[in-house]
Structures are given as structure tokens and as C-alpha cells.
Design a binder for this molecule. Structure first.
Ligand code: ATP
Ligand code: MG
Length: 232
């Protein structure tokens, strides 16, 4: 689904993604974990095309996309749920969802129902302004908006950030159920335990470089991961 080779990205002269290579196979959930400032958000933004790269290659289903603008990447099947949700606060829940389908001209009614089935809390609030939702509901809305594009590959940036443990589990349960529907997921998290627990495979990123990789279960057992990210 996704092949990333020696990807580099910088702010001015400061390189923060320093030659990252990773792969995500169709149908997998792959977790990318790492501490504050490791470069996770920059990497995800580079993949979706909203952050310039200074080198490397990105292939989506075999097609080179590193020069493609963001909307083209969406059309090819990539959707990005940004860090901090970034829903359109004054717009209604349903209008936020409609915006996620901006490149489609077929019927989206069935997709709206799919999102409301995945996130029943949103169904009751479909006519309300998104800005009035709780943090957890805004995260659901951001994910729902991305799903409206019918992505093959979903890039999720810290969906659990700032949420109570019960909501974290709810959100990650939905991520796991998306896999069952055939959506491939690259999941960025500081919450390494929860992310690796639902991931088929994972990568650890440290100051812009991949330092470890393995199955979700193997990384959860790895003493280096346990010490650095799980606090045990
Ligand atoms: N707009 C920016 N301008 C300059 N430097 C930036 C900018 N955004 C991020 N950085 C720096 O780039 C590095 C990587 O940041 P990034 O946000 O990608 O990390 P992250 O792994 O997502 O961190 P977090 O877990 O806190 O979200 C950090 O050193 C950060 O300070
Ligand atoms: Mg980040």
C-alpha cells in the first residue's frame, strides 16, 4: 500500500525527518511511536503532501506520489487526520463530514450513515456546530471526515491525544474495526502501549530516524521500548 524510502524533511536548515524508510502492507495497522518532537507529525504531513520534503521517495500502491499535490494523494486513496483534529468549528457536524467528500461526485448518503454507525455520538449531533463537541467527539468527527473520502490508507496523527482512557480505547477500537472493513492504517501515537496493542507491526522513531521495528507484540515486549516509552 505504502512504501517510503529515505524520506527527508526540514524546517529551514534543520532536518527533522532524517532518512525514514517504512512500509505499510494493504490491510495492516502499522503504528509509528516515538516521544515528543521525534518527527512523527512532520513525517505524516510529508506523506500527505502538506509538508515539503527535501529527499526520498513515497509510493502509494506502486505509484510515485512524492511530487503530487495533496488533493491528488486524496484522490489516489490517502486520507490524513491531522494532529489536534482541526475540525471546522462553526460548521455543523454533517457539513464537516460533507467536506471530507469534496472530491467525490457520487452519492455520499451511505457514507454519512457509515460514519454515524461507527460513531453513534455524532449521529445525535449532526446539526450542531462542531466547535461545541467534546474533544473525543471532535476526534471522531475528524476521523469521520477522513473516511468520507473512502480512503484506502488512513494516516492518523495521535487520535488519543488529550482523551480520557475510556475514550482512547473507544477510538482505538474503531481503528481496529476499520481494519476489518479493509482500510489500511498508519497510526502515529505517543500512547505506545495502546497503539502497539492493536498494531500488526510498528516502528519506533527517535529524532527523525527509525530506531526499531517489529511486530506490535514484539515491540511491546522489547526492553528498550518498555523502558523508553512504556515507563516500565
Ligand atoms: N513549524 C515548525 N517550524 C520549526 N520547527 C518545527 C515546526 N514544527 C515542528 N518543528 C520541530 O520539528 C521537530 C519534530 O516535530 P514534530 O511535530 O514532527 O514531532 P512529533 O513527533 O509529532 O512530536 P509530538 O509528539 O509532540 O507531536 C521538533 O523538534 C519540533 O520542534
Ligand atoms: Mg506530533
Amino acid at each position: 500500500m505504502l512504501e517510503v524510502e529515505d524520506l527527508r524533511s526540514a524546517y529551514g536548515r534543520i532536518e527533522v525527518v532524517k532518512g525514514v524508510s517504512l512500509k505499510v502492507a494493504a490491510g495492516e495497522i502499522v503504528a509509528l511511536v516515538g516521544s515528543n518532537g521525534a518527527g512523527k507529525t512532520t513525517l505524516l504531513r510529508a506523506l500527505s503532501g502538506v509538508q515539503p520534503i527535501t529527499g526520498g521517495r513515497i509510493r502509494l500502491q506502486g505509484e510515485s506520489i512524492e511530487k503530487a499535490p495533496p488533493h491528488r494523494r486524496v484522490a489516489l486513496g490517502m486520507a490524513h487526520v491531522p494532529e489536534g483534529r482541526q475540525v471546522f468549528a462553526p460548521l455543523s457536524v454533517e457539513d464537516n463530514l460533507r467536506l471530507g467528500a469534496f472530491q467525490r461526485n457520487d452519492d455520499i448518503a451511505v457514507d454519512l450513515e457509515r460514519v454515524y454507525t461507527l460513531f453513534p455520538a455524532l449521529a445525535d449531533k449532526r446539526r450542531q456546530a462542531a466547535g461545541g463537541l467534546s474533544g473525543g467527539q471532535q476526534q471522531m468527527l475528524a476521523m469521520g471526515r477522513a473516511l468520507m473520502a473512502r480512503p484506502k490508507l488512513l494516516l492518523l496523527d495521535e487520535p488519543s491525544m488529550g482523551l480520557a482512557p475510556l475514550l482512547v480505547q473507544q477510538i482505538l477500537d474503531v481503528v481496529a474495526s476499520l481494519k476489518a472493513e479493509g482500510v489500511t492504517v498508519l497510526l502515529v501515537e505517543q500512547n505506545a502501549t495502546a497503539a502497539l496493542a492493536i498494531a500488526d507491526r510498528g516502528y519506533v522513531i527517535e529524532t527523525g530516524r527509525i530506531s526499531l521495528q517489529g511486530s506490535g507484540a514484539a515491540l511491546l515486549r522489547d526492553p528498550k521500548v518498555r523502558e523508553a516509552y512504556l515507563g516500565v
